[in-house]
Structure formats: structure tokens, C-alpha cells
Design a binder for this molecule. Structure first.
Ligand code: NAI
Length: 479
């Protein structure tokens, strides 16, 4: 069977960009991305796409209406497709068994049930969502239990490794594509069909084929390793602050070892995003269910260290501001979980904002790509506050960094947007209350230059020598 039509269930951060690039690279394949959310599909069909991702507008612009379609007609999408990607969300369970740790597979299950009800003919069903090991077995059980004559399925695991903010480049120039399938002639044939899709632009040598369970586990493992590096360097940032070592120098010295490598060794306020925490919690839960408590505890530490780092940074802000932020005006630069995305899921900024708001601060928030409604939704969520009306009174959203910082006591930088490096800090300093503080949670600013202007600067993993100006303001400890 040659793949002529692809349907992708789930038009989110993964389904949208992935299928846009497949459409771009495979002009002979019709790609339809379907979603149950009318609003999301309407946005995909509009001039303002539902997600911000560099390069995505151009790709969608080239393909939409030619061989790339966004639709709420899930039934037709499934019926016509030779290959169906399942790219629905797999959040952490918020209730019942495994609450707070296990992946909630209700959306995957509902996608599988829709396929079972609607599909006709032979279908290759591809798990693109990140799922627990052996989830493909559950999908197959649902499909086979609802078997109808003339319909046959092959299930493949094809986890997605794109990173938000660089998704298009990651998809076009993928380090590797991983495809797991059943060890049978039919399984091998299905793997071969999916390989042929990717081979249009990914060299065959970079397409890795494995058994289904290895593929599923590799995705969880890759995210666990990446997050582990961040937690490792963040743990050392605390040692640096206590000893006078500089975490950037340590990271450079360590990363220069070719066995270790230099990537993902940037200390910060902590990692965020929809995947790292969720996927590690899922791994921890799987280990506990497999009666491997030592392995579970090992990976749990990666999450615990991240929580520690977010709390440590927030506590340092408060401590430095004379141990009280009540009624203080604090500018927060950046709300997205990292630069070049508007995604705020699990953003460390939410943790920092919550701590400061709990202490009575007034926040002035600016992020170049996060909508005001999203910031308010995040900060009024029941996990953040019992008093959403207070939040609305204490949080103001601004459209640029200059107005956000005006008349504030301190700046807390939470996202490493490039534009924050290019701001006129002389102008900002002039408009702020004195002493003017900057807490650089991403280590992107020129701290010496800021100190020369007069700011009291604190960052992560480095004790900054105080200038004469900053020394004259109080005796609080430096981070
Ligand atoms: P998302 O929440 O942005 O998108 C999921 C979409 O699926 C939503 O639009 C939702 O309405 C839709 N959906 C859910 N159930 C549906 C159903 N039964 N029928 C039709 N549509 C349905 O999620 P995102 O970020 O795209 O993630 C999807 C999966 O990919 C998750 O498993 C995630 O762990 C994984 N992943 C995410 C990455 C990321 O950077 N966001 C990177 C790699 C993997």
C-alpha cells in the first residue's frame, strides 16, 4: 500500500507543525489535520495560527488548501486516510489511580475508539503522542475488539522529538526519526511505508527502526535525559552561589569534554513546558508499577530538583527585596516557558508569579508572544489561587518592556527572549524606583553593564561582586 492520504488526529503543537512539514515535503500526499476543537481548526484556517512557531506561517502558507487541510470532519479524515497519526494530548492524570503522575490516556483511547468505529479497509495507525510503554497494545486491543470484516490495522510508534521554538527546523533537519513496530511481516511492511514518507527528506541512515516498546520507552528516556541535564546543572548552581564558583564557567569546563557535550547545560530558573515534567512523572509511575522503586526515586529527583530551583529563585527575590514584596511593583519579563514560543504550560514564570502574588506583590507582566487572556487564565487557575478576583487586581499586562518596568521596584526575568538582551537599560533604570533590582533567571543579560548603570543584579549560579552603588543599598545577601 503506498501512502496517498494521511489524517492526523490532534491539531496541537505537534500535529500542526508535523503535518505541515510532511505536506511541504510530500506534495503527492494529501494531509488532513483534524481536531474536535472548532476554534483551533478555525485558527489553523485563518491568518493568525493558533500557535507561534518560527517559520510555521510560511510552511502553512505554501501548502494550505493544496495538499494540507485543517478540518473538524474527523469521520471523513479517518475514512479516507491510509495512515492515521494520533497526536492528541496525553496530560498527567488529575484524579483517581495514578493521580499527579500517570499519563491520562483518555484522549488516545477516544481517538482509537473513533478509528475503530469509522475505519474501512487497511489502516496504519501511528502513535505520535508520547505514551507509556505498551500503550500501543491498548490501542490494538480496542481496534481488534471492535473488529469489522474487511478492516485491518497495523500500529506503529513514531514519537515526536521536535522542541517548541525550533519545531520547523527540528522537523526539516531531524537528528533522527524513530519508528517502532510489530516484529512480523505485516509490521515490517507498515514500518517500510512510514519510512518511505520520511525518506523524502530524511536520509535513510537517520531513520531508526525498533520494536514498538523500545520506541515508546525511548521517547520518555530522551526527555528524562534532557531534563536530567538541566536539573544537574541547576543543582550545581546552588553550590556555585555558596562557594563563589561560576556555574557558566563550570558548565563550559564540563561540557568541553566530548563525552559530555555542551548542550543543555544552561543553568536557569528551571525547566518548563508540557513535556519534561509530565513524561518523567509518567516514567516514575511506570517504574513504581513495575516494582522498581529505586529507579522511580532516581528519576523523581529530576523533578524535585526543578521544584527546588523555582522555589529557590522566588525566595531569593523576596529575601533580596528586604524580605517583603507586599505592595511592591514587580515587572516580570517573559511568561512563556522558553523563548520563541507562546506556550506557557508548566512555565517557571507561573511558579514565580504565584509566589510573589501570595506575598502581596503587584505584577507588571510583559511577554512578546503570550496573549493577555492566557496569562490571566494561568494565574487564575485553581491550582494557583482560590481568589481569582484578587489576581485580576494585582496583575497588569503590558505590551512592551518599557511600560511594564516603569515605576517598579524590581525586574524578574523569566524567559530568555532575545529582545530582552537588546533593551535600553539606562532608560529602564531611569524610570524605576530606587534601589532598582534585576533578577536574571535566565542568565542572558550583561550583568557588569547593568551594575555600572546602578542596578542591583542577581542571577543564578554566580555571586556578583557588588558595585559601590549597589553596596550602599542594604546588606542583603546576593544570589
Ligand atoms: P496539544 O494539547 O497542543 O494538542 C492536542 C490536540 O488534540 C488538541 O487540539 C485537542 O483538541 C485534540 N484532541 C484531543 N482529543 C481529540 C480527539 N479525540 N479527537 C480530535 N482531537 C482531539 O498537545 P501537543 O503539545 O500537540 O502534544 C500532543 C502529544 O505530543 C502529547 O502526547 C505530547 O506529550 C507529545 N509531544 C509534544 C511536544 C511538544 O513540544 N508540545 C513534543 C513532542 C511530543
Amino acid at each position: 500500500m503506498a501512502i496517498k492520504k494521511i489524517c492526523c488526529i490532534g491539531a496541537g503543537y505537534v500535529g500542526g507543525p508535523t503535518c505541515s512539514v510532511i505536506a511541504l515535503k510530500c506534495s503527492d500526499i494529501t494531509v488532513t489535520v483534524v481536531d474536535k476543537s472548532k476554534e483551533r481548526i478555525a485558527q489553523w484556517n485563518s491568518e493568525k495560527l493558533p500557535i507561534y512557531e518560527p517559520g510555521l506561517d510560511e510552511v502553512v502558507g505554501k501548502c494550505r488548501g493544496k495538499n494540507l487541510f485543517f478540518s473538524t470532519d474527523i469521520e471523513t479524515g479517518i475514512k479516507e486516510a491510509d495512515l492515521i497519526f494520533i497526536s492528541v494530548n496525553t496530560p498527567t492524570k488529575t484524579f483517581g489511580n495514578g493521580r499527579g503522575r500517570a499519563a491520562d490516556l483518555k484522549y488516545v483511547e477516544s481517538a482509537a475508539r473513533m478509528i475503530a468505529e469509522i475505519a474501512t479497509g487497511d489502516k496504519i495507525v501511528v502513535e505520535k503522542s508520547t505514551v507509556p510503554v505498551r500503550a500501543a497494545e491498548s490501542i490494538l486491543n480496542i481496534l481488534r475488539a471492535n473488529h469489522r470484516p474487511g478492516v485491518s490495522y497495523q500500529i506503529l510508534s513514531n514519537p515526536e522529538f521536535l522542541a517548541e521554538g525550533t519545531a520547523i527546523d527540528d522537523l526539516v533537519n531531524a537528528d533522527r526519526v524513530l519508528i517502532g513496530g510489530e516484529n512480523s511481516p505485516e509490521g515490517h511492511a507498515a514500518i517500510e511505508e512510514l519510512c518511505k514518507v520520511y525518506e523524502r527528506w530524511i536520509p535513510r541512515a537517520n531513520i531508526l527502526t525498533t520494536n514498538t516498546w523500545s520506541s515508546e520507552l525511548s521517547k520518555l528516556a530522551a526527555n528524562a535525559f534532557l531534563a536530567q541535564r538541566i536539573s544537574s546543572i541547576n543543582s550545581l548552581s546552588a553550590v556555585c552561589e555558596a562557594t563563589g564558583a561560576d556555574v557558566s564557567e563550570v558548565a563550559r569546563a564540563v561540557g568541553w569534554d566530548s563525552r559530555i557535550g555542551s548542550k543543555f547545560l544552561q543553568a536557569s530558573v528551571g525547566f518548563g513546558g508540557s513535556c519534561f515534567q509530565k513524561d518523567i512523572l509518567n516514567l516514575v509511575y511506570i517504574c513504581e508499577c513495575l516494582n522498581l522503586p529505586e529507579v522511580a526515586a532516581y528519576w523523581q529527583q529530576v523533578i524535585d530538583m526543578n521544584e527546588y530551583q523555582k522555589s529557590r529563585f522566588s525566595a531569593k527575590v523576596i529575601e533580596s527585596l528586604f524580605n517583603t514584596v507586599t505592595d511592591k511593583q514587580i515587572a516580570m519579563l517573559g511568561f512563556a516557558f522558553k523563548k520563541n514560543t507562546g506556550d506557557t504550560r508548566e512555565s517557571p514564570a507561573i511558579h514565580v508569579a504565584k509566589t510573589l502574588l501570595d506575598e502581596g506583590a503587584k505584577l507588571h507582566i510583559y511577554d512578546p508572544k503570550v496573549e493577555e487572556s492566557q496569562i490571566m487564565e494561568d494565574l487564575t487557575h485553581p491550582s494557583v489561587t482560590d481568589h481569582p478576583e484578587n489576581i485580576k487586581r494585582h496583575v497588569s499586562i503590558y505590551r512592551d518592556a518599557y511600560s511594564a518596568t516603569k515605576d517598579t521596584h524590581a525586574i524578574v526575568l523569566c524567559t530568555e527572549w532575545d529582545e530582552f538582551m537588546a533593551l535600553d537599560y539606562e532608560k529602564i533604570y531611569a524610570g524605576m524606583m530606587k534601589p532598582a533590582y534585576i533578577f536574571d533567571g535566565r542568565k542572558i543579560l550583561d550583568h557588569n553593564a547593568l551594575q555600572r548603570i546602578g542596578f542591583i543584579v542577581q542571577t543564578i549560579g554566580k555571586k556578583l561582586a557588588r558595585t559601590a552603588v549597589s553596596r550602599s543599598w542594604g546588606s542583603q545577601s546576593q544570589m
